[in-house]
Design a protein around this ligand. Structure first.
Ligand SMILES: Nc1ncnc2c1ncn2[C@@H]1O[C@H](COP(=O)(O)OP(=O)(O)OP(=O)(O)O)[C@@H](O)[C@H]1O
Ligand SMILES: [Mg+2]
Length: 743
């Protein structure tokens, strides 16, 4: 089927054609034939890169242009939401009947807002979590949604994020019974079941734009699924490295999935020695530049230095311990085919689009701290394997598992390559998860009776697969808990949220966290310090997985706890009485120490050294801390604990920036973070007023402050930069840049 034949407005076809798409891919054609453009609900299950997004784009524009409708596009990750936003932007040149242009909005942050400004957009892209929080705020525009696109719907199977998606879909179906649903999925075993739940038809295809060959590498030989075999030249004693080199030598790129962060870094290092040898001179020059970009982005740490060394040799690693800026650079340089081999932990397998000619899976087991090794699911394997083959560059992609013995090779062939992916199961039936949604159901006025709550849960995928009766007793227990903790009020049959309950639901925190915060605020420590609040938030279940102290930290931590005992809101458990509680407490204290070190301006590198906390984890902790400090602030305001209010506000700022109090005034300037802020401060520029009076030259003479930034700073403080002065500085900068590039 040709784009020109589609039943969509000409203006849409023009845009699609302009972007080089002329014919539909087979899965797209099937989806159209199944009624996607006629308003039918549909689950489209087809492999990676088979063009599912275009179907969603066509549907969305049809709604906007022909039905005066509104689309919400749900993605599981912020990074994906950004990617989709960029893809949809191309349609903003189209005008609607009223003469206005098609508008695309995105909202992924700030969980305590109904974002009323989103109302003016035709197509709104959000994460599942943001959509959940918008529903809790009863954002009005959500009643006008006529099309919902649920991307990566197989995620229903994920323990943490699956239930959110399930609840969001159930609620949107509840408030907009007439809207169209388009769910996009990887190929899974029970597409029919998901379709049944969504009252949708389905299309299942195995079509891929690039053919995929799956196989097992044992020593020097690959055995393929279809019976073929291929020898790999033995350059080293490590067959995985030989395979990666083989790919690079034939002009391809290899993506290697390792089971742990440590393995991914170690493998990259080993591989880089050999990849470095086969790079051309111009390729090497390009890589030098990429390596510099890594060092220039964010703070310099032993990790970023190691990474930049690897990049020079055409190799890199990618895992959740890397700072976001570094992850992005690594993804870009692999996508632009500058780096040749990328080792990654399996988190990369879904989400960002990073194809490679060869995908290598080092280990079919995965490691989870506190749990040990377990074999990955077939679904996970298929998602990793699906990354093989770059459209436009490769004729075939290869996905290869590594076996150490012949027995293991047989096992891998049977259990992964030839196996069908598992069924997807609802993960909703967990008390902690249901608790949040029971409160939200009442607080956001979706139901006001016990029966109403059961009815709502009766619409979930869980109930479709099991039976809502199975969670009735959990719901009843939760209702009692919420009532006892004064988040709910009951009169006769009717249940309402109290002010407290409503606020907790809007703040998007676990009711248990709210109880911890409320109770603690009621009995203040002897001394209220930064640490008091940092520990309090670390003590809530919403802080996430605890930081495990290392053996060599334990003594120092025990002393630290003794020294600060009187500042803590919570009593230290007895080490010998309740050992588990004590261990947990140590983890909380460590989290608080890490945050405390961060706002004392400890460098990221020292954090790695002292606490073994990698930047990626540090930033996730910071994000959580900001959110929980804000929740603490809001609850303190609600309960009248006025004396903590200024401190929580100050801490939110300091934790966001990682600074001591004295830097607060100057980091408000754009382009000035913790590092440059400290440089300015130490040079005597302690306030906006000081900077206003500073000569431009004096600013540019400081380390890490170039003329462009100096001017930006001056402009922000209302300072005046003379034209001649600026031109002179620009010239100097140009020369400097030139000198650097030539060198
Ligand atoms: N009909 C087409 N002809 C040529 N290219 C296409 C066509 N449809 C989509 N593409 C391109 O294919 C690429 C992959 O499409 P898309 O991102 O929609 O994949 P997907 O099915 O959503 O995969 P994933 O499961 O990885 O999310 C995009 O770069 C897109 O522009
Ligand atoms: Mg997709």
């Amino acid at each position: 089927m040709k784009i020109t034949e589609l039943p969509v407005p000409e203006s849409v076809k023009e845009v699609v054609l302009r972007f080089g798409i002329v014919d539909l891919y087979p899965p797209q054609e099937e989806a159209i034939r199944a009624g996607a453009l006629e308003g039918r609900n549909l689950v489209l299950a087809s492999p990676t890169a088979s063009g599912k997004t275009l179907v969603a784009e066509l549907c969305a524009l049809k709604h906007v242009l022909e039905k005066n409708g509104k689309t919400i596009y749900l993605t599981p990750l912020r990074a994906l939401a950004n990617e989709k936003f960029d893809e949809f932007k191309k349609y903003t040149t189209i005008r609607k009947a009223d003469g206005k242009r098609v508008s695309i909005g995105i909202s992924t942050g700030d969980f305590d807002s109904s974002d009323p400004w989103l109302e003016r957009y035709d197509i709104i892209i959000t994460t599942n979590e943001k959509a959940d929080s918008l529903l809790r705020h009863r954002a009005k525009w959500m009643d006008d949604i006529s099309l919902i696109v649920a991307d990566e719907v197989h995620l229903l199977n994920e323990a943490e994020r699956g239930p959110t998606l399930e609840v969001v879909l159930a609620r949107l179906m509840q408030i907009n019974p007439d809207m169209q649903i388009l769910a996009l999925s990887a190929t899974i075993n029970n597409v029919e079941e998901i379709a049944g739940w969504l009252k949708a038809g389905y299309v299942i295809t195995e079509w891929r734009p690039v053919a995929l060959k799956e196989g097992i590498l044992l020593r020097e030989e690959i055995q393929y699924k279809d019976g073929g075999a291929r020898k790999i030249e033995k350059k080293t004693s490590n067959s995985l490295i030989n395979l990666a080199l083989n790919t690079v030598k034939s002009g391809g790129q290899a993506l290697v999935f390792a089971s742990t962060r440590r393995n991914s870094a170690a493998l990259a290092k080993k591989i880089s020695d050999h990849v470095g040898e086969v790079l051309s001179k111009p390729a090497r020059r390009t890589l030098e530049h990429e390596a510099e970009k890594i060092l220039a982005a964010g703070e310099r740490t032993r990790i970023s230095e190691g990474l930049s060394e690897l990049v020079k040799r055409g190799t890199a690693f990618h895992h959740a311990g890397l700072a976001g800026a570094h992850r992005k650079l690594i993804e870009d340089s692999f996508r632009q085919r500058k780096t040749k081999v990328l080792t990654a932990t399996p988190t990369l397998a879904f989400g960002v689009n990073l194809p490679a000619r060869t995908v290598v899976i080092q280990d079919y087991r995965r490691y989870e701290p506190g749990y040990g090794y377990y074999p990955i699911s077939v679904l996970e394997y298929k998602q990793m394997a699906g990354r093989a083959g770059r459209p436009k560059y490769d004729k075939v992609g290869e996905a290869i598992l590594i076996a150490k013995t012949a027995d293991e090779a047989d096992y891998l062939m049977g259990s992964y390559v030839l196996a069908r992916p598992e069924r997807i199961w609802s993960r909703l039936a967990v008390e902690r998860i249901i608790r949040v949604h029971v409160l939200a159901t009442i607080a956001a006025d979706f139901a006001h009776t016990e029966q109403g709550i059961y009815d709502f849960f009766g619409r979930t995928f869980y109930s479709y697969q099991y039976d809502v009766k199975a969670i009735r007793s959990i719901i009843a227990k939760i209702l009692k808990y919420l009532y006892d903790e004064e988040m709910l009020d009951v009169s006769g049959e009717s249940i309402h949220a109290t002010k407290f309950g409503k606020r907790v639901s809007e703040l998007y925190i676990d009711p248990v966290s709210a109880v911890v915060i409320r109770d603690s605020l009621g009995r203040k420590p002897a001394y209220l310090t930064d640490l008091s609040l940092l520990h309090l938030i670390a003590h809530t279940p919403d802080m996430g997985p605890i930081m495990r102290p290392y053996t060599r930290e334990l003594d120092e931590m025990a002393v630290f706890m003794e020294d600060h005992r009187e500042e803590l809101f919570v009593d230290i458990p007895n080490e010998w009485g309740d050992h588990i509680a004590y261990e947990e407490f140590l983890g909380e204290v460590k989290t608080a120490m890490v945050l405390n070190a961060w706002i004392e301006e400890t460098s990221e590198d020292t954090m790695i050294e002292k606490f073994r906390v990698q930047p990626g984890d540090l930033y996730r902790t910071i994000e959580n801390a900001k959110w929980l400090l804000y929740a603490t602030h809001e609850l303190a305001a609600l309960f009248g604990s006025r004396e903590v209010l200024p401190l929580t506000l100050e801490l939110i700022e300091r934790v966001s920036k990682g600074i001591k109090k004295e830097l607060l005034p100057i980091v408000k300037l754009e382009g000035v973070g913790r590092v440059r802020g400290r440089i300015l401060y130490n040079a005597g520029y302690k306030t906006i007023e000081d900077i206003k009076h500073a000569a431009l030259d004096n600013l540019t003479n400081l380390p890490l402050i170039g003329p462009r930034l100096a001017r930006k700073i001056k402009e922000q403080v209302g300072g005046f930069v003379k034209k001649e002065k600026w031109e002179k500085l620009e010239k100097e900068e140009e020369w400097k840049q030139k000198a650097i590039t030539e060198y």
